[in-house]
Design a protein around this ligand. Sequence first.
Ligand SMILES: [Fe+2]
Length: 369
Amino acid sequence: MTTETNARPRYGVNSYLDWVAKEGLPVAYGVSLNLFEVELADWPRYGVKAAAAHFKGGGDYCNMFVVELPAGGSTLPQQHLYEEIYFVLEGRGSTQLELADGRKHSFEWGPRSLFAIPLNAKYRHFNASGRERALLVETTNLPMVMNLFRNEDFIFNTKADFSNRGGDDKYFSGDGDLYLLRPGNNVWQTNFIPDLATVELQPWEDRGAGSSSITFLLSDTSMHCHISEIAPATYKKAHRHFQGTHVLTLSGDGYSLLWNVGDADFERVDWSYGVVFPPCEGQFHQHFVTSNNASRYVATNVGNLRYPLTEARRKVSLSTPTQKQAASRSVKEGGDQIEYEDQDPRIHQIWLEEMRKAGITPRLELPKR
Ligand SMILES: [Fe+2]
């Protein structure tokens, strides 16, 4: 027997957004955001100022928190069942962490350091400066975790032992292991990288002349992270992929174009250090350098080569070194990349005009159609 009710059923619940509101965190939102301009407020849980950064293309599974350590300040001790990758926007300090098996680690970070906290480790960040603030951003998979469990006590107060996520002790000291799989999928396994500006990258010519990259496996998380570099006065080929890849500009001058198939115009994001823009699911995007300096960005998301989370990513993980990935195969061959000779002619014209305005000689000539 069914019982009719006039009560409104609960639909469309987003437990992560409900939690952000309850925490009192301000939320910055945009196609792109400059993380230095995000408005912060006291976050009692962390004991410092912070904000959530959400994006049109941010996807369903990960978010960003911007966290400010005041001069001489530190966060309150933290422990939780979601994963996170930290990037240091400015400032110097240290992080102390303790795994459930009692092993303790500490490391000192500075501008452009990157690190991941092993799942459920206890940790605390300290600003080493008595005069300057430190500004950190973390990409986390809390939206996925909170929407799955919907139980704050479970996520923040579980004592389960995940010590194995810490891996080799050397991973906390800036050392690591390099696995050369294939261009675009070469891996540096570690937990802490002192400075992304000086990390050695591996060539990835399929994505455009002079392109190079390295993928990170950090603290045995299931989160993805890679750095790409684009050669001076050139640009990469357009491509598309899974939602939620949070692209953060590290260095260089230029811009990115984003568009969906059938769009009359491009969406444009101008780069500066600290600007983030995740392209939407399946949205084409293309990165352009407009100076004589190489440009680097770091990208974070859920799902990596070791723990892909999705079938499409697992196919990439398990393919042979010589198999060409959809990410670097032409759309004409069923892939997700637009070759230079197939791109909208306006794209090259826009770039040439930007180069002319900047007084820079282009170093990329398009192949003949
Ligand atoms: Fe991309």
